[in-house]
Every structure is written in C-alpha cells, then in structure tokens.
Design a protein around this ligand. Structure first.
Ligand SMILES: NC(=O)c1ccc[n+]([C@@H]2O[C@H](COP(=O)([O-])OP(=O)(O)OC[C@H]3O[C@@H](n4cnc5c(N)ncnc54)[C@H](OP(=O)(O)O)[C@@H]3O)[C@@H](O)[C@H]2O)c1
Length: 297
C-alpha cells in the first residue's frame, strides 16, 4: 500500500487525477480540501491560512502513525483579478495559496516522506516569458515583494495585470521550489499541464473571461483549437498525466524537474532562465522560510 497526499484534488484536472489514483489500487489517497470530497479520505485544509496548513500536516502525520508518504502532490492553485486580497496572515492571496502555503506544507511533511518519495508541484508554462502565454510574465521571484506587492517598485498599476503577475510569479516560485527540493534527493517534478480550459481556475475572473474559459472547455470547441495550439490539453489528459507522475509511471530524466504536457504528451524542456537560477532558488527558499517562521534548513 502506498500513501499519496494531495492538494487541489476536488476540482478541475486534479479531481481527475484523484479519481485515477483512487482507482489505481494499493493507494491510500489523503486529500487536503476546503470541501470534504465524500469519495475520498479528506482532511480539512484551507491554503489561505498557514494555521490550517500546520493543522493539516499534523493531522496527516497523526493518521499515518509513522508510515511514510510515497508521493506529495501540491496541485491547488488560484488566479485572482488583482492583488488587493490579503490572507489572515497578511500575505497577498495568490502568492500565499500557490506558493507560501505549499512551501510550508512541503517543509512540514518532509520528515514524513519516504526515502524515494515523489513530490509534484503544479506550475504553469506562464512562468516562462518565452511561452508567450498571454499573461504578464514574472519580473522576479522575490518572496517579500510577492507577499506585499504594495512594496514592489515595478508593480503594474493596472489591477488585472498585477493579478496576472502574482499568478505567473507564483508559478515561477513552484519551479524554483522544485529545484530546491530535488537537491534533497527526492524525485521532484514541476508539472506544467499546458492550457486546460473548463476547470474552475477562472472562477474569480470577470464574467466574460469565465464564460470563455468554460465554453472553450467544451470538447466540441476545444478540439479545433488543439489542432493549432500545442499547449492545449484536455482535463482528462492533464489529470491522467498528473496521476501517472504521482504513481512514478513517468519519471524525470536525470537532473531535470520541469515537465510540460504538450498535445497530450509529456515533454521535459528547460524551464525559463529565471527558473534555472540557483541563486533565485536559494533566496526564495530562505525568504519563504522567514515568512512562515521556519529556519532556512
Ligand atoms: N487550467 C489551466 O489551464 C492551468 C494551466 C497551468 C497551471 N494550472 C494549475 O493547475 C492547478 C489546478 O488548476 P485547475 O485549472 O484544475 O483549477 P481548479 O479547477 O480551480 O482547481 C483548483 C484546486 O485548488 C483548490 N484550492 C483553491 N484554493 C484553495 C484553498 N484556499 N485551500 C485549499 N484548496 C484550494 C480547489 O479547491 P476547491 O474545490 O475548494 O475550489 C481545487 O481543488 C492550479 O495550480 C493551477 O494554477 C492550471
């Protein structure tokens, strides 16, 4: 029996991955979720509260009673229309949910991971300016400025663009965190599912964007688009691949962490230049530790 702990398994392609894992046989899947999923073993987790992350980690460790975690999937994520929101801990909400809460969760569960555990962090091709994904690319991965964008001298005054930057920068943080974690001898993958319409990701965006997002998720419209856009993937393909990564059915080539799903096929391209910086990875790790009140090591 292997144990898999997952965030973001209640909606979108994460829900498909959760179903795949539960059906795999021999897997104990524990979901961290705001809304308990009746079909799965769920433990309350709200990533907008670091206290909830700590309680979740403690509860998981208690339930496991010393047996190790074989895979940790950090898939939950949000995109917001601006950067005005602050969590109870005082951090910008997109950065807090997508990066900081997952960083804390990974740190708290590290001692409970099996020696050859797999860690998957869901990132996005939008972390890379070269992808031309249509969202504002990340200017930096400075945890202090992302936690409090009012202090960022380069902040875009247009709310929607500032919101996009918070998202793409959080996804750059995911690749950098993956590289830091992989230096600890784990199998770590920063998973870019490509563009997956029809999920819940657009739910906080303005109505026209929300509507387009769900219409494009209908296979009848998505299919012709997928002929011209190699980044486009179905929810089924993105979820199935996430499940495969968690089960170790697809493994990274030596020295690589970034996996990108293109036309339904897993590829292992280099991530962005910023994502390849050892210095950015080191500083992000240490600054994130400071923000969550942990030592850097
Ligand atoms: N769709 C795309 O095109 C795309 C592209 C690149 C990367 N991604 C990334 O893929 C991941 C999954 O996205 P998706 O498109 O499948 O979106 P989704 O349907 O909105 O799924 C997001 C998941 O995150 C969970 N979540 C959000 N806020 C949370 C919080 N405060 N506490 C606990 N859980 C929370 C949601 O839980 P609830 O069910 O409670 O809302 C849901 O399970 C995200 O990290 C996203 O950034 C998506």
């Amino acid at each position: 029996m292997s144990t898999i702990v997952m965030t973001g398994g209640t909606s979108g392609f994460g829900a498909i991955a959760a179903e795949r894992l539960a059906a795999a046989g021999g897997v104990r899947l524990i979901l961290g979720a705001r809304r308990p999923a009746a079909a799965f073993e769920s433990v309350p987790l709200d990533l907008t509260e670091l206290g909830s992350v700590r309680a979740f980690a403690e509860s998981v460790r208690g339930r496991l009673g010393g047996s190790p975690i074989d895979a940790l999937l950090l898939n939950a994520g949000i995109i917001l229309p601006d950067v005005t929101g602050r969590t109870a801990d005082g951090f910008e909400t997109t950065f807090a949910v997508n990066h900081l809460a997952h960083y804390l969760l990974a740190r708290l569960l590290l001692p409970a991971l099996a020696d050859k555990a797999i860690v998957v962090l869901t990132t996005s091709g939008t972390h890379d300016p070269g992808t031309n994904a249509g969202l504002v690319p990340p200017r930096h991965a400075d945890a202090g400025l992302l936690a409090d964008p009012d202090r960022d001298p380069g902040r875009d005054s247009r709310p929607r663009r500032a919101g996009q930057h918070a998202y793409t920068a959080s996804k750059l943080c995911a690749v950098l965190s993956a590289r830091s974690l992989s230096a600890r001898g784990l199998t770590v993958i920063a998973y870019d599912p490509g563009q997956v319409f029809g999920t819940g990701l657009a739910k906080d965006l303005p109505l026209p964007l929300r509507t387009a997002w769900s219409l494009l998720g209908a296979s009848v419209l998505g299919w012709p688009l997928s002929r011209v856009n190699r980044h486009l993937n179905s929810r089924a393909a993105a979820g199935r691949t996430l499940g495969d990564l968690a089960l170790g059915l697809a493994t990274p080539p030596e020295g690589q962490v970034y996996a990108a799903l293109r036309r339904g096929r897993l590829t292992w391209p280099a991530p962005s230049e910023q994502a390849r910086s050892d210095e950015l990875a080191r500083v992000l790790w240490n600054d994130s530790a400071g923000l969550v009140g942990l030592p850097a090591r």
